[in-house]
Ligand binder design. Structure first.
Ligand code: FES
Length: 347
């Protein structure tokens, strides 16, 4: 995930020297609550509410937040809920436009979704939020593919909307097909954008789900297209196997961590206290610590907020989000890293 620019980091360093022993934030926040040297912040600029527990939010990023992004990427939002910061990632729904530098997201309150319920219930303009910079690999390539098929379900439409909006705003010869499914017709959001692109809307309570067979019928030239899919894991799993069998390029967006890795697991030693845990390659370092009684800080548990970052002093870990292997001496996000052999973590 991208960090703040070098120049800005340098400026913050200077500010830090001049403001010691108090932290720069102690001063800057007095002037503008969006200025922080410790974290990225933003302010909710506007809120639009819809009857089905859905809101559209426009957020003005604060000082140091990178405002350039690719349509299809997401940002992290952090808010204090019940006394602790809770984080979630949301796809940006606006087309990138560095002139206004705003972020738009759509949030639907989901059952047991602490942050989504809180946001839908309490968000109003003027509220400050913590942000994680735009990130994610789910975006269009440059040059664009000649033919694209977007497949989405429910709120999985959000990154697709950003891509459609960005395509509408620029010259292109890309041949676009869109298939979106919702449970009931009143669940459709961004209806005008979908209509603009002649999207097929499948209402699953009436016509059944969008299976590979349905797609083959709706888009007979699917094998000539690059497929972008976002929706529930079961749908994505099915589409990925179908695309593989059909020799079609597919890109999917999942908002949960895929725990399948080749990491072997191992014995994790937590700091100098000698607390150890033996784990498999699907248990994150953070979870292993919790099981062993070592409490480490965390926020999003999804690799976006960096609250859980700790030093890796020995061994190697595998990052479930990026697939990277981290070396000893680096700092790792314990919520998304698993042990690839025996490791020691600074706590
Ligand atoms: S808890 Fe947010 S990155 Fe790990």
């Amino acid at each position: 995930m991208s960090e703040t620019p070098d120049g800005l980091a340098g400026f913050r360093g200077v500010l830090r020297r001049f403001t010691t022993p108090l932290l720069p934030d102690d001063y800057t926040s007095l002037v503008n609550p969006l200025w922080s040297s410790r974290e990225l912040r933003g302010k909710i600029e506007s809120v639009e509410r819809f009857p089905d527990d859905t809101i559209h939010l426009v957020i003005r990023p604060g000082w140091g937040v990178p405002v350039s992004f690719e349509a299809g990427q997401y940002i992290g939002i952090g808010l204090r809920v019940d006394g602790r910061f809770t984080w979630r990632s949301y796809s940006l729904t606006n087309a990138p436009d560095t002139r206004d530098g705003l972020f738009s997201i759509t949030v639907r309150a989901v059952e047991k979704g602490k942050l989504s319920t809180h946001l839908v219930g309490t968000a109003k303009s003027g509220i400050n939020v913590r942000l994680a910079a735009p990130a994610g690999d789910f975006h269009l390539t440059d040059p664009l593919p000649a033919k694209v098929l977007f497949v989405s379900a429910g709120s999985g439409v959000t990154p697709v909307i950003a891509m459609l909006r960005s395509l509408k705003g620029r010259e292109n010869d890309c041949d676009i097909k869109v298939v979106h499914s919702v449970r009931k017709s009143e669940d459709v959001i961004f209806g005008e954008v979908l209509e603009d692109f002649g999207a097929h809307i499948q209402v699953t309570s009436e016509s059944g789900r969008v299976s590979p067979e349905v797609l083959e019928e709706l888009v007979p030239d699917f094998q000539e297209r690059v497929i972008y899919a976002c929706g529930p894991a079961t749908m994505l799993d099915e589409l990925e196997s179908w695309a593989q069998e059909s020799d079609v390029e597919i890109r999917v967006e999942r908002f949960t961590i895929d725990r399948v890795s080749e990491a072997a697991g191992g014995t994790i030693t937590f700091g100098t206290r000698g607390v150890q845990a033996s784990v498999d390659g699907a248990t994150t370092i953070l979870e292993a610590g919790e099981q062993a009684g070592v409490q480490m800080p965390f926020g999003c548990r999804m690799g976006i907020c960096q609250t859980c970052v700790r030093g890796l002093s020995a061994g190697h870990v595998h990052d479930l989000r990026t697939g990277d292997i981290h070396e000893p001496g680096t700092r790792i996000r314990t919520c998304v890293c698993v042990a690839a052999g025996d490791v020691t973590i600074d706590v």
